[in-house]
Design a protein around this ligand. Structure first.
Ligand SMILES: Cc1cc2nc3c(=O)[nH]c(=O)nc-3n(C[C@H](O)[C@H](O)[C@H](O)COP(=O)(O)O)c2cc1C
Length: 371
């Protein structure tokens, strides 16, 4: 076992040797863009952008319309430009733009495509990934089995797995009544997932959800994880593209105000962790918002196979308009929509906006932890 008391071991995925076993989790909409991802990559970790609504965000920045393929190509290229390893998170739930985002990322030479919020069963078949590592996000050994069996038929094996437990930010891969189960704690999910990963040839497992300090990282590496993925710790950094209002909400939030929204909740139907005071969540529980679907990233197919249905449009008393709420939180707000702030359970521990370097120095054990 390497000495992890002062520094961490490297992580190798698909022949890419990453100095630190720290993946900055993709944060959509528009929180983890190229400034955050390249800063993490430069510090020896893996920087991950989020594909969610990237066409609008990049179009606004460039002052000309780009599509999802072009947006993914552009942002991945920028994230990689300063060196280090960088990739993209592409959610299965974003069905309409999924394939175009994958192709743009592969053509730009993304080091990693990390894909969850649904099972990415068809990912290897979209286009030959060449040097890009394909990494599904799972929350159980069963999901590992299903994905590996399906990918075997496509002649591909996952290059790594992200195992995300119930303390994460964003959408959660658990039913509401399973979130607090002892068996679903990340440390208890890890052994069966590692067994499944070993059965399919020793796939590295990266753990996510509630990891916050250097000591947390060391603990999970000692349990057998190959690396960690962290989101919330990077949410209110200088390089994060969250709006100032969002970063301030993270700094101020109290532990009891980090809640899980389900009804009203995300139109994706998965539990979604939010700050209770988020303006769009407050409007949703008070049933103040009129149905509207002007962005359409989470549209589902109708009977004719067209992406036209959104639960938030059909029954907005049960769902909030996640595209507009999250876009507003990333400073994209031509329609003056209210913001929606998603965070992980540890957001109440963030009390200052810091540069990525300061956080990476702490996480790597290069300097003493201040948290
Ligand atoms: C603001 C925010 C946005 C997120 N967006 C996404 C996303 O678009 N896709 C995804 O797969 N995971 C998303 N996540 C999950 C993170 O990538 C990460 O796995 C998780 O937050 C890890 O838990 P932690 O926040 O406790 O470190 C998001 C998390 C946060 C905090």
């Amino acid at each position: 076992m390497p000495d992890t008391s002062s520094k961490l071991p490297s992580l190798t995925i698909k022949s890419k040797k990453i100095t630190l076993p720290i993946v900055q989790g993709g944060m959509g909409i528009g929180v983890s863009l190229s400034p955050l991802a390249s800063a993490v990559a430069k510090e020896g970790g893996v920087g991950i952008i989020s594909s969610a609504a990237l066409d609008r965000l990049v179009s606004k920045r460039k002052g000309k319309k780009v599509n999802s393929y072009e947006a993914a190509y552009e942002e991945v290229s920028l994230a990689k430009a300063s060196g280090g390893f960088a990739g993209i998170n592409i959610m299965v739930a974003l069905g309409r733009d999924y394939e175009a985002s994958v192709r743009g990322s592969l053509d730009a030479g993304a080091d990693f495509i990390i894909s969850g919020a649904g099972l990415p069963l068809g990912l290897p078949a979209i286009q030959p990934p060449k040097d890009t590592a394909l990494i599904p996000i799972v929350s159980s050994a069963r999901a590992v089995e299903i994905i590996c069996k399906k990918w075997e038929r496509l002649g591909y094996r996952p290059d790594a797995l992200v195992l995300e437990g119930p303390l994460a930010g964003g959408h959660l891969g658990f039913k509401m009544d399973q979130i607090d189960l002892e068996s679903n704690k990340l440390e208890n999910l890890l052994p069966p997932v590692m067994d499944a990963a070993n059965k399919y040839g020793g796939i590295p497992v990266i753990v996510a959800g509630g990891i916050y300090t250097h000591a947390d990282i060391v603990r999970f590496l000692e349990m057998g994880a190959s690396g960690v993925q962290m989101g919330t710790r990077f949410l209110a950094t200088e390089e994060s593209s969250a709006s100032q209002e969002y970063k301030q909400a993270v700094i101020k939030v109290k532990e009891e105000d980090i809640i899980i929204a389900l009804d009203p909740g995300s139109p994706c139907g998965l539990p979604f962790r939010v700050i209770r005071q988020s303006p769009m969540y407050q409007s949703a529980i008070q049933k103040l918002r009129k149905p509207k679907c002007s962005k359409g990233y989470v549209l589902l197919k109708d009977a004719e196979g067209k992406f036209s249905r959104c639960p938030a449009k059909e029954s907005n008393e049960h769902h909030f308009c996640i595209c507009n709420g999250l876009l507003s939180s990333a400073g994209y707000n031509p329609d003056e929509e209210e913001s929606l702030f998603t965070v992980g359970t540890n957001a109440y521990r963030v009390n200052k906006i810091l540069p990525v370097k300061a956080i990476m120095d702490e996480l790597a054990g290069r300097v003493a932890e201040k948290v």
